[in-house]
Design a protein around this ligand. Structure first.
Ligand SMILES: Nc1ncnc2c1ncn2[C@@H]1O[C@H](COP(=O)(O)OP(=O)(O)OP(=O)(O)O)[C@@H](O)[C@H]1O
Ligand SMILES: [Mg+2]
Length: 242
């Protein structure tokens, strides 16, 4: 059976500089796949290319397939209809609106292909949120805000939820809370592609992990394989090797 998401030989350039240099990656149905790597390794470029957009003038070549269907050239909003929903780095909520309005403003597309999440479903996923439903997002903690951002993405009925550093700026104990919520979503049948700097916490929840280095996949494997990878241990787990 083919993967839900299949990226092959993806190359992205910003002008003359190459940000992704031939990346292959898959996400299976019901899988939580993580991407880690240093600042500037190309993680955001990768997930943005899957969602069909870029922050600058990027040119992309290679294949991005969802369920075997080629997405190259498809506009971001059409990809969303096909179930690819991205929460970009550091974005995702309207600060001046309440939690509930943030969630209500997103309507699932007609003929949504992914699972629909009603507001109540999202409150069930994130039990911290109902108490804050009429609070403005500007008053939320970082962790709560990320939960709203993910909640908004769920409202769009994703088949593949893509999260770009959902834990950025969060206190360490909140990082795992957010990631465990993500794991719960996967348990409920969702497929997730997760970009994370906190590799230690990520390896507790992910099925597989790809390590990106300067636009290339430097290593990939199951969470337990990657926990034993020397480069991961040295750079991310405070190991003594490398
Ligand atoms: N809009 C742009 N124009 C030109 N170069 C860019 C642009 N966006 C990213 N780059 C470059 O592409 C490379 C990959 O950047 P990218 O943002 O994908 O990295 P990242 O792994 O997400 O990093 P971080 O961990 O800091 O978020 C970097 O060298 C970056 O400077
Ligand atoms: Mg990034």
């Amino acid at each position: 059976m083919s993967a839900l998401l299949e990226v092959s030989d993806l190359r992205v350039r910003y002008g003359h500089s190459t940000a992704l240099d031939g990346v292959d990656l898959t996400v299976g149905e019901g899988e939580l796949v993580a991407v880690a790597g240093a600042n500037g390794a190309g993680k955001s470029t990768l997930v943005n290319a899957v969602a069909g957009w870029s922050r600058g003038r990027a040119t992309a070549t290679g294949a991005v397939r969802l369920d075997g269907r080629e997405l190259a050239g498809m506009a971001p909003h059409r990809r969303t209809k096909h179930g690819i929903v991205l929460v970009p780095e550091g974005k995702g909520v309207f600060e001046q609106l309440t939690v509930e309005d943030n969630l209500r403003l997103v309507q699932p597309p007609k003929n949504a292909v992914g699972k629909r999440y009603e507001i109540e479903d999202i409150y069930e996923v994130f039990p911290q949120l109902p108490d804050r439903s009429s609070a403005r997002c500007s008053t939320l903690s970082g962790g709560e805000r990320q939960m709203v951002a993910v909640g908004r993405a769920l409202r769009a009925a994703p088949r593949l939820l893509i999260l770009d550093e959902p834990s950025v700026g969060l206190a360490p104990r909140l990082v795992l809370t957010v990631l465990r919520h993500v794991r719960d979503l996967v348990r409920g049948g969702l497929s997730v592609l997760l970009v994370e700097q906190n590799v230690k916490a990520t390896l507790e929840v992910a099925d597989r992990l790809y390590l990106l280095e300067r636009g290339r996949v430097a290593g990939s494997g199951t969470a337990s394989e990657m926990r034993g990878d020397e480069r991961i241990a040295a750079a991310y787990l405070g190991g003594l090797t490398g």
